[in-house]
Write a protein that binds this ligand. Structure first.
Ligand code: GTP
Ligand code: MG
Length: 211
């Protein structure tokens, strides 16, 4: 497909029908795996739900919050009519203030889904540009490498830092991405607030869904 055709397709798809399908509080509640799934993963409050909304160009599709721990279930969104693929908004990991049994529940849900879902074609692993990669992200990356699930690192909240800082964190994250077997060698730099990096993210999602 030419670049123009790809852009047109992305524009149509993400301005067309997109609908919340269901929330899955456990693996038993997952939808039938009939189409490719692309998941948004990352630490609590990194901006997963916001980025999903920016990607789909609509506010309030996925619920966001200033308080970490907003998303507590796997939320599935149907993209396209006829249905082409599903986006999955995941609970965040590493939320220190979550009650321990809840944090455990989320961890199992997130890990089991990421490791064992055949319909899952790619994970987008979001990293807060202000913070860079944390140990807990490294644990998830190691798990994804082992599961051989292809994933792409995506910097979020790029609007929050200076260009020079963004350059430094980008270089660090790219260096680390290239050490991981299942990680895409290039990262995507985004801001849901400034709506930057969204076109690139759309292409990455469509490419992953087509595979
Ligand atoms: P959990 O569901 O709790 O894991 O959080 P999440 O990763 O879904 O984060 P969410 O999208 O709810 O956003 C968390 C906070 O970060 C909210 O206050 C958002 O407004 C803010 N936020 C998200 N993306 C951006 C961004 O690109 N720029 C700025 N400045 N703030 C952002
Ligand atoms: Mg969320």
């Amino acid at each position: 497909m030419t670049e123009d055709a790809a852009e047109t397709r992305a524009r149509k798809l993400f301005s067309g029908p997109i609908a919340f399908l269901k929330s899955a509080p456990s693996l038993a509640d997952l939808p039938e795996p009939t189409v490719p799934e692309i998941a948004f993963a990352g630490r609590s409050n990194v901006g997963k739900s916001s980025l999903l909304n920016a990607l789909c160009n609509r506010n309030g599709l996925a619920r966001t919050s200033v308080t970490p721990g907003r998303t507590q279930e796997l939320n599935f969104f149907d993209v396209g009519a006829p249905l082409e693929f599903r986006l999955v908004d995941m609970p965040g990991y590493g939320f220190a203030k979550a009650p321990r049994d809840m944090a455990r529940k989320w961890r199992f849900l997130v890990n089991d889904y990421l490791r064992g879902r055949q319909a899952l074609k790619r994970a987008l692993l979001l990293i807060d540009a202000r913070r860079g990669i944390a140990d807990i992200d490294r644990e998830v990356m190691a798990m994804l490498d082992e599961a051989a699930l292809s994933y792409r690192l995506v910097l979020t909240k790029a609007d929050k830092i200076k260009a020079s800082e963004l350059e430094a964190v980008t270089a660090e994250v790219v260096t680390e991405a290239r050490k991981h077997g299942a990680a895409h060698p290039d990262i995507i730099i985004t801001s849901s607030r400034a709506k930057s990096g969204i076109e690139e993210l759309r292409q990455a999602v469509i490419t992953a869904a087509d595979q």
